[in-house]
Design a protein. Sequence first.
Length: 538
Amino acid sequence: MAGAATPQDNTSSMKSDDSDYGSDLDEATVDALFSQPEPQPSVGPKLGDIEEPVIVDDHGDDRPLVRLARIRDSLTAAIVGLDSTSDTLKAAHQQPKTSIELEYAEDNRSAFSPSRPSNDSPEPEPTVEPSNDTRTPIQRFRTPPKKPLSVTDIISPAWCELQYWYNLTRYGRVRATKAMKQGSSVHKVLEEQVHTEVPVEVQTKEDRFALRIWNIITGLRTLRRTGMTREMEVWGVVEGEVVNGIIDQITTTSPDEIMEAQMLEEAENAKSGSASRGKKRKPLSSDQRTLKDYMTSSQTGSILESRQGLEGWLGTLHERPPNVYLIDVKTRQSKSLPPQGSQTRPTYYQLMMYHRLFSTLATNGVDAERIFERYKVQPDKTFSDTFIAQMSTFDTGADIDLAEDEWVPHDASQDSVSELLAHNSLAALWSLMMQEYQKAVPASSVSSLLTAEYRAPGSGDLMGKRSFVFDAERLDAYVQDEMRWWKGERETKGVEIEEAFKCQICEFAPNCTWRNTKVEEGLQKAKLKKEKRQKSEV
């Protein structure tokens, strides 16, 4: 059962150069904490249980694919079987891999294809030589023509900021590990239970970006129709920088009812206690909800309203919109769930970032012009005829508002064509996306309950869940501190001494300047402490 405990946050525990880092440890303990590769159960987790959470969400620059809802293929049956994906994964592994070659104009091929290193070229050794480049991290790695910041970029350093820096400076990215590839396979199977992907030819940058918006619109319509969608892209502006991410799963079914009940009870008790003491409560942030918001937007909202006078006695003429829950899927090699604390902290922050971006976008709080400007696309430029012709052959779900009324005659294909022609630019398409957000995600419907779902990498079977509660203050503190690093306003930091067990699985550990410096500092402090104790005994 998921616990209510919040992962520990050590992001601001080191404030100055005179830190007491390792000062209370003797030589043997310091040596044990940083030893390689033998695990030290007495001072940290077992080696096999230490796993860096895989945080990869910047999928937006892959091949141009349109995602179509599997509504016509009995999606309900697929959702029922979501917890059992092992058969699908096994079948996928047994089938021969086929490649799909898309037809591009030659001059567009290089413009729209992400640059990938050749598989024939060997990867460089993980050395960590100092660089003479004085640019800030964001100037070096996330300034045009390079891609914008992603949730991955902001959250991955929560495991070890220095490790992420080494990856960027040595490889330009975090290299795909075996765990990442296995996780991608699980994600793919889960997504294909909800959407089917079809390659689309794009002629312009605007066509390509339009696909991303269309996939969001399709996802929102799938959420309305079935109560669940996957791989939902979001954009936002964080500390003045455009950020994108991909939410694994959005559902209208509570992933942890016990945890949610506990969360709501604690919120109500805190509210009652504050009121009884006559204290002025701090206003909630825009992406946090009150108990009243939850109860009046939940499926039981009409029951509460039925107690409010004659109007309540008559009841409501329509069902209240359901709550919306965010879930992140993690694959884990270990057969046990990660312990609360430093190993779950990145996932906790990741989910909170998704909550912030999703809630802000759903309430039309993102300036579309900023997004278009960052991606260098023209919002008023019409899409290519080739793109429109292809998209018009797909059922984009434009008839969703008519589908429930069988007495209203309509042609789904004609609806799609009319909708495409009426929104034949990024600006118009963004407006349509916001209309779909208003229908699928009403105000205050995004739950503060955040859930990480852990699955076995080979079979994809569900291992368990961990749930957290959104905390705006904690998220703000972390993001502000991390953005200071990206902007070059502070030095790169390694792990705290209490989390030195992470070094046991880090490829950069042998040459890590932070680690080696802290080992030396710890040994020197332990030595001085020992000498002082010996003198006092004389």
